[in-house]
Design a protein. Structure first.
Length: 137
């Protein structure tokens, strides 16, 4: 094959590859938390898992949770994507309230503010004899 044909073939492959992505766009969204289980006491120095329910989600990918300690507060964030490619289908008349597992970082004994989207703040009490997880009813 001549160099010109190879170059044309490579251009055609590149055009097909980029055309496939042009019609799909996704936006990141951060759903609010509607409710969360927060145990009475959490075991110190180990990760623990809480369950949160999104407040009223949109037709998006299932939310994922991240948690970090910033300035003495445990901050929980939910992340989802809204895409226009039709890969996610749901009844848009429903208020989705999906459950999400959140792994929170290990904390030393003490009282820690838990800050969640939707202007929710709770208190995490970390003491010996505490639990390592909780679930919503």
């Amino acid at each position: 094959m001549s160099k010109g044909r190879v170059a044309l073939a490579l251009l055609a492959i590149a055009a097909v590859g980029t055309a496939r992505c042009d019609n799909t766009s996704c936006i990141d969204r951060s759903p609010n938390v509607g409710s969360a289980c927060v145990p009475g006491t959490v075991q110190p120095d180990q990760n623990f898992v809480i369950e949160v329910r999104e407040s009223c989600g949109l037709c998006s990918t299932n939310p994922q949770c991240s948690a970090t300690v910033i300035n003495g507060e445990v901050r929980v964030n939910l992340h989802a994507q809204l895409c226009n490619d039709g890969s996610i289908t749901c009844d848009t008349n429903l208020c989705l309230q999906r459950l999400v597992q959140c792994t929170l970082p290990a904390l030393p004994a003490g009282d820690w503010p838990l800050v969640m989207p939707g202007n929710q703040t709770r208190l995490i009490v970390v003491r010996s004899g505490g639990v390592s997880s909780c679930r919503l009813p």
